[in-house]
Write a protein that binds this ligand. Structure first.
Ligand code: AMP
Ligand code: MG
Length: 315
């Protein structure tokens, strides 16, 4: 694939929005770092991000929105969230909130969590693309997993040339580090990641933050009753590498192993990743036990297997 690098202006912003709307990935500047953007409501486009970034597991992504009005469509607002948005949006603050029942953002973007991370970026280019697109985009840093986050278009080109159709160039990112992430679905704010907005600035508005940066799982976060939800794992026991279903099982197929549902009949791993969480949810509702066909341990198959293995062992 040939990668075009265009100076950010009205015309290139329009091209970027059109590419995103058609399910392609675009690298673009925000005030924090360069992001690798995909239409947040398109499961396949979101799956492409994990493929291009070569992530060995699905971690949740941040949905970028124009402001509180747009956020309201996606997540359950809390008094704390409203306060933080009023004080710091647009800006380098990401809020983690409960997804609305009918939240249109791809389940894969939440990596199976009941929550969604959202942020209104301040960078002009990012805002212009959001406005043209008319819906949110997800945008993790535009680097392969394990490499430094890019703060210039040339960094992105070094890392991702040939893998995406377009990089929008708008010089250096003003802040240069990722956003601060606060969990705000409870009464007290929980710091999940330190970043571009200082803890002191946030605490001046909210009072002391609970430090959630070192916690591996919800169980470890103290004093936040009911505030946290864990990774989605089906109620039904999961059996992996199945060829056929036992009498009491439903079969989640892949490729030639047809099944009651199929992650991707044509054996496409990007499609399988895009379908993973919604298929698991539906299978869980329909069957007491779930058998899953073998997923090849390559490309996105590694992230799919990571999640399936953990669901099978109920982490
Ligand atoms: P970035 O590469 O800047 O987009 O980083 C995204 C990070 O946001 C992830 O690695 C998570 O640590 C965090 N994150 C996103 N969504 C959630 C969520 N629903 N709950 C907790 N953390 C989240
Ligand atoms: Mg990153």
């Amino acid at each position: 694939m040939e990668t075009q690098i265009l100076q950010a202006d009205a015309k290139s912003v329009e091209i970027a929005a059109a590419l995103l709307g058609a399910g392609h990935l675009v690298a673009l500047p925000t005030e924090t770092v360069y992001g690798l953007a995909a239409d947040a409501c398109n499961e396949i486009a979101v799956a492409k991000i994990f493929d291009v970034k070569q992530r060995p597991e699905f971690n949740p992504l941040i949905a970028h929105v124009t402001g509180p009005e747009a956020a309201r469509e996606l997540v359950e607002m809390t008094p704390l969230a409203k306060e933080l948005m009023a004080a710091f949006w647009p800006g380098a603050l990401t809020l983690v909130l409960q997804r609305k029942e009918n939240c249109p953002v791809a389940k894969l973007a939440s990596a199976g969590l009941s929550t969604l991370a959202i942020r209104a970026p301040k960078g002009e280019t990012a805002r212009a693309v959001l406005q043209k697109l008319g819906r949110p985009f997800v945008a993790p840093s535009a680097n392969p997993s394990g490499r430094l986050s890019p703060t210039k278009a040339c960094h992105v080109a070094d890392l991702l040339a040939g893998k995406i159709p377009l990089i929008l160039d708008d010089g250096s990112c003003r802040i240069g580090v990722e956003s601060t992430i606060i969990r705000a679905d409870g009464e007290r704010p929980i710091l999940l990641r330190a970043g571009g907005l200082s803890v002191e600035d946030i605490e001046a508005i909210t009072g002391p933050l609970i430090d959630g940066t070192a916690t591996k799982s919800d169980k470890d976060v103290p004093h936040a009753p009911g505030a946290l939800a864990s990774h989605y794992a089906p109620q039904a026991p999961l059996r992996l590498n199945a060829i056929s279903a036992q009498p009491d099982e439903g079969l989640l197929g892949f490729g030639d192993i047809e099944g009651d549902m199929n992650l991707s009949p044509k054996g496409d791993l990007t499609e399988a990743a895009a379908n993973l969480f919604s298929c698991l949810h539906e299978m869980d509702q329909r069957f007491a036990k779930i058998a899953v066909a073998r997923i090849p341990e390559v490309h996105l198959g590694r992230a799919i297997n990571d999640r399936l293995t953990r669901a099978a062992h109920k982490d």
